[in-house]
Design a protein around this ligand. Structure first.
Ligand SMILES: [Ca+2]
Ligand SMILES: [Ca+2]
Length: 381
């Protein structure tokens, strides 16, 4: 959104809010936003049990952040031993998450775009032990690739590669369709799928398509496009958002063995103008709980469980790229609806909940200025 539009949108806000910069510190908002650091094309973050923060940067760096009370007081170190990434387009370093038993095994899981034969690429997930020194830096030890997209294809888009652990200790990976459309329906490929693995990358015997063998055995759900958000709620339901084609961004409840219909159906249509039949025409495919048109370009997802914002417990938060907004989604059992949208005036890549219950954002940070790490804390808190 342009400054001009913002000024217009803010013209009815309080004078004090205008003086403070309106969009970032709007008086009607329950939070204040504080810059806590700045990174080069940050993609993901996760908090360590000691309150420090790991931040991945798309070009292939993993940063360790010791947070101060403001950006100038935060110290940024580096984790060595990260895998080589295929940087370009939407590809590079991706997600970073901790094993559920991280405190005892120090295992971290990383996703990234990996170069293949010729001009091909594909998402990969590796795990390694995180070894921290007392200088604010660290290293990855025993790095092991445990999963890959099959097949590797040309192009630099739609890797997906978000990672989440379930309460059952299983590892879930969003594997987007690499802008190749039909692999999302092809069980000889794991593109356009959500996969479920054991924490060592082996395939659980109780997966829905286990009897088919091959990569089909990894698949939990299919018919997906570009999934950049994957998170469990407190009741154990798995939610995802995916970037749809034109006018077809989706928020989905992920269910065992279900087919979400892409590219056969979508409530949006192809960017070149070709029609895609809507979900209502093919009820055998699972329909989204929310369709966004115009799109919001959902980049990252959490389900909030903290107490800093008690009214928001159990709500989903979506980091919006093209929408430049933090979107609050109210979950009610197996239903979902957008409840609120906070304009943040920058493309948002990632949202996380801190150990303090505050909301943390990473801006996409294209360009020289970098992407800011923002802490959203209760006003007056
Ligand atoms: Ca994260
Ligand atoms: Ca359509």
């Amino acid at each position: 959104m342009t400054r001009k539009l913002l000024t217009l949108a803010c013209s009815t806000a309080l004078l004090a809010a205008l003086a403070a910069g309106c969009n970032a510190q709007d008086a009607s908002r329950p939070f204040q936003s504080t810059e806590m650091g700045r990174f080069g094309e940050p993609w993901a973050m996760t908090f360590l049990p000691d309150g420090r923060l790991l931040v991945s940067e798309k070009r292939g760096k993993l940063k360790l952040v010791s947070l101060g009370d403001a950006a100038a007081a935060s110290k940024v170190g580096e984790i060595s031993g990260v895998p080589a990434v295929a940087y370009g387009g939407q590809g590079g370093f991706g997600d970073v998450v901790l094993h559920p038993q991280f405190a005892s095994n120090q295992q971290v899981y990383l996703s990234y775009a990996e170069a293949g034969e010729g001009d091909t690429r594909g998402a990969a997930v590796a795990r390694a032990r995180l070894v921290l020194d007392d200088q604010g830096n660290g290293a990855l030890s025993g790095l092991e690739v445990i999963w890959r997209q099959v097949p590797k294809v040309t192009g630099e888009g739609h890797y997906g590669h978000r990672i989440a652990f379930g309460a059952d200790g299983k590892l879930w990976i969003s594997s987007s369709e690499r802008q190749k459309f039909t692999p999302a329906q092809d069980m000889q490929s794991n593109l356009g799928k959500i996969v479920r693995l054991n924490d060592d990358g082996s395939v659980p015997a109780d997966n829905p398509f286990a009897s088919q063998g091959g990569v089909a055995a990894q698949v939990w759900s299919l018919g997906h496009r570009n999934i950049l958000g994957l998170a469990f709620d407190a009741q154990g339901r798995l939610w995802e958002h995916e970037m749809g084609p034109k006018g077809g961004d989706e928020f989905n409840l992920v269910q065992r063995g279900k087919n979400y219909g892409y590219p056969i159906v979508s409530n949006g249509n192809h960017y070149d103008g070709r029609d895609i039949p809507d979900h209502a025409t093919r009820p055998e495919f699972e329909a989204p709980k929310i369709t966004w048109n115009p799109v919001i370009s959902p980049g990252g997802l959490i389900i909030y469980s903290g107490s800093a914002f008690p009214d928001w417990k159990g709500n989903a938060f979506v980091a919006g790229l093209s929408s430049e907004a933090l979107v609050r989604v109210q979950l009610d059992g197996d239903q979902a609806r957008e409840a609120e949208r906070f304009d943040m005036d920058e493309r948002l890549r990632e949202v996380e909940q801190g150990p303090d219950g505050n909301l943390w954002l990473l801006e996409d940070g294209k360009g020289n200025a970098g992407g800011r790490l923002l802490k959203l804390s209760p006003k007056g808190g």
